[in-house]
Design a protein around this ligand. Structure first.
Ligand SMILES: [Zn+2]
Length: 458
């Protein structure tokens, strides 16, 4: 089964190469229309793909939907571009292109999309103002004529956001703020905004979420929308959550997104998450992979498969993978790391405890706002000299305290990256996120004798 699947994918790639070499203008590959299959729900997944020469038979449009071109005379391609830890998706339909996010500034998507964008870029969508989504859009605005820009109306104090908005203003494009129920019409294509209905205080949950149908093939693009946004979408009657063939998994496969209810409602045949290999957040999280796997989705990730391209004629679809590998499966073999570490002996127990770990995920990469708190719950001052606080899930970072007397009922913070003297002025100086990237993510406090005195998991 696994071997057939890989062979099928290799066949697709071989056909693409051959077709590209023949320099015809026709799309690279197509699945043979399967006449005896009644509905789109039986669309072939890549495992059953048969590569055949492109047929000229156009897909019939459904009369019940106005989101589909009258006749799909050409194939549509959706590129889930490998931009490391970030999102960038290009929808390409003939002369019409739409770019959803642009990854971070580096590596950017300029050179990649240059191959596919004919003339102007019709529509640019910035799902939300985090740097791993809008950073790469700045160069695109500088290099391409962009006719229309959609964003969610949210702002950010970051330099990246300021430069992005400055580039948007310089561009002179039509600028729209998307809200639930809006339609983004691009040539013959129409995208429905499912979220947000209104902005909340959560940058990720404010992400623009777009549903799109091409014939019988339905796509959902979720940005970094998390469970809060998913729950709101599920109870909305304005723009109902569709079941889809292809899902861009929310928030890089984090367990803060992809609730069982949301995945159960969208029922994707193919789920594509976008994450950087070895990213510090631990994306994709096992919980998400398990949820997707449990409904039978085939899971692909840009960290494993590189850029993933979905090609559809409106009736069937196939996938091309930049790097050949089996679909991603949840890892059920790894025991939780906590079982291997002995609990502290009673004699080492003190009244100094790890009382809080804060991770809000709002500051990309460095997480200057995340921290771990240590509190003296006893009645005697304790000198922390030689004590160590460590992330044992990854084995680093760790901080050895200098002489620092923690008074009774007082708390000291150890920040991930910055120093805030008002809270004791300690920092791992990590340069990257520490918490919420393992499951569980566990901090341990050791005394000067190296004995564990407290632990807390995020
Ligand atoms: Zn993101």
């Amino acid at each position: 089964m696994r071997l057939t699947r890989i062979l099928a994918i290799l066949l697709v790639v071989a056909t693409i190469v051959l077709s590209a070499c023949s320099s015809t203008a026709s799309p690279a590959t197509s699945q043979a229309p399967t006449q005896d299959e009644p509905t789109s729900e039986t669309t072939q997944t890549p495992s059953t793909t048969q590569t055949t020469p492109t047929t000229t038979e156009p897909a019939e449009a459904e009369s019940t939907t106005d989101t589909t071109p009258a006749t799909t005379t050409q194939e549509l391609k959706v590129y889930y571009i490998d931009v490391g830890q970030g999102d960038s998706i290009l929808v390409d339909y003939g002369q019409t292109e739409m770019l959803i996010d642009g990854g971070d500034r580096s590596p950017g998507v300029l050179s990649y999309i240059d191959t596919y964008v004919d003339g102007a870029l019709e529509v640019m969508v910035a799902t939300h103002p985090h740097a791993d989504h809008i950073g790469g859009l700045i160069a695109v605005l500088q290099q391409f004529e962009v006719k229309e820009i959609w964003h969610n109306g949210d702002s950010s104090p970051s330099n990246t956001y300021a430069e992005f908005m400055s580039a948007v203003q310089t561009e002179g494009a039509v600028v729209n703020v998307g809200k639930r129920g809006d339609r983004i019409v691009v040539g013959d294509l129409s995208f429905t905004v499912l979220s947000p209905a209104s902005l909340s205080g959560s940058t990720n949950n404010n992400s623009l979420v777009l549903a799109f149908s091409f014939g019988d093939i339905d796509f959902l693009f979720t940005g970094d929308a998390e469970r809060q946004a998913e729950a709101a979408m599920l109870i909305s009657s304005v723009a109902p959550v569709p079941d889809v063939e292809i899902l861009k998994v929310g928030h890089h496969g984090s367990n803060t997104a992809s609730s069982e209810d949301f995945i159960g409602a969208t029922k994707p045949e193919v789920a594509i998450y976008m994450a950087g290999a070895g990213n510090s957040y631990g994306h994709p999280h096992q919980e998400t992979l398990t949820t997707l796997d449990s409904i039978g989705a085939e899971i692909y990730g840009t960290d494993v498969h590189g850029t993933v391209v979905v090609t559809t004629d409106g009736e069937t679809y196939d996938l091309q993978l930049e790097r050949q590998a089996s679909p991603v499966k949840p890892d059920i073999a790894t025991p939780p790391p906590t079982t291997t570490i002995p609990l502290p002996a009673a004699s080492t127990a003190t009244n100094v405890k790890i009382t809080k770990i804060l991770y809000d995920g709002l500051v990309y990469r460095t997480e200057s706002d995340e921290y771990v708190e240590i509190t003296n719950l006893g009645s005697e001052p304790v000198d922390l000299k030689g004590w160590v606080i460590k992330d044992i899930s990854e084995g680093y970072p760790s901080l050895t305290f200098p002489s620092y007397v923690l008074q009774p009922s007082k708390t000291v913070r150890v920040y991930t990256n910055e120093i805030h003297p008002e809270y004791g002025g300690f920092s791992f100086r990590s340069g990257r996120a520490v918490w919420n990237n393992s499951s569980p993510d566990t901090a341990v406090l050791y005394n000067a004798q190296g004995q564990e005195v407290s632990r807390k998991s995020y």
